[in-house]
Design a protein around this ligand. Structure first.
Ligand SMILES: Nc1ncnc2c1ncn2[C@@H]1O[C@H](COP(=O)(O)OP(=O)(O)O)[C@@H](O)[C@H]1O
Ligand SMILES: [Mg+2]
Length: 268
């Protein structure tokens, strides 16, 4: 009996130790609150935060806690990010880092204009949810979606308080979908589309209202030969301009798209 009690005690003791050791990594949403963000906005975005126990969370902390990495292009590059779109000042920067293999970040720098970046990131995540729902509903398997999360930047270090900077508090982290480059993607759209694949694509674009996916760079083929939707900012946004999309297709697929458009017009 004495032995049994001792074992029970041991078990409770071990459980408590494990609980104390792992509680910070098991719980979600316990990023420290950032007082620069209104609490209602914080509460709205918190469910979409990168889970605290995600393998790259600590790596992101290591990168962003040392310096104000998102201050300017220079600080960003010095921290190890490869900037690929210097020539587009009005767009967020989408880029990778050697310590974040398999993922990309999407960032507005403090030196860029003021923008409610949390709204942009939330919209992109909701776009993914919308398309995923459509894929599940139709059981489409030829498409693949990146997971996307919001990473709240550490409160400190802060950018200097002056007009040259507009403090950003969140970045977007996405799975790198290993997409084909521009030229190979254009070739894939000419050669890999089949009537069945186009039927499914047409359904997704219409049902989700993906008006920006008339540009194949926003829904490229992956190296694994699936179509992915990487630019999910615009969804439920009306009927896409299929005439623009059509120019990327082979002649038989152009005809097939016309057939789909006519059938839809007939049924409406
Ligand atoms: N999940 C991803 N996987 C691989 N590449 C991506 C991903 N997301 C974005 N990119 C790259 O970044 C570029 C810009 O991303 P996108 O979301 O289309 O931004 P924008 O709204 O500025 O057009 C894409 O054309 C693609 O080359
Ligand atoms: Mg795009």
């Amino acid at each position: 009996m004495r032995n049994f009690c001792y074992t029970q005690f041991q078990k409770i003791f071990i459980f408590l130790i494990i609980y104390i050791l792992f509680i910070p990594t098991l719980s979600f949403g316990n990023y420290p609150y950032n007082p620069y963000v209104p609490i209602d906005i914080w509460n709205e975005v918190e469910p979409y935060f990168l889970p605290i126990n995600h393998p790259i969370k600590k790596k992101l902390d290591r990168i962003f806690q040392k310096k104000r990495v998102t201050l300017t292009e220079q600080t960003f590059v010095e921290a190890g990010f490869k900037i690929t779109r210097l020539n587009r000042p009005f767009n967020a920067v989408v880029t990778g880092h050697k310590d974040l293999k398999g993922y990309l970040v999407k960032v507005y720098l403090d030196s860029q204009f003021s923008i409610p970046e949390w709204q942009m990131w939330l919209r992109r995540i909701k776009g993914i949810e919308t398309i995923q729902h459509c894929l599940d509903k139709h059981q489409f398997t030829e498409f693949i979606l990146p997971k996307k999360w919001i990473y709240p930047l550490p409160v400190e270090p802060s950018p200097p308080l002056n007009e040259a900077y507009s403090r950003k508090n969140f970045i977007l982290v996405v799975e790198d979908m290993q997409i084909l480059d521009h030229k190979k993607n254009a070739k894939a759209y000419k050669e890999m589309l089949t009537p069945n694949l186009l039927n499914d694509l047409y359904t997704i674009l219409n049902e989700c209202g993906l008006t920006d996916c008339i540009w194949i760079g926003n829904m490229p083929f992956t190296k694994g030969q699936k179509i992915t939707f990487i630019d999910t900012e615009l969804f439920h946004n009306g009927i896409p301009e299929f005439e623009t999309l059509k120019k990327y297709f082979s002649d038989p697929m152009k005809d097939h798209l016309d057939k789909l458009i006519n059938e839809k017009a007939f049924h409406n």
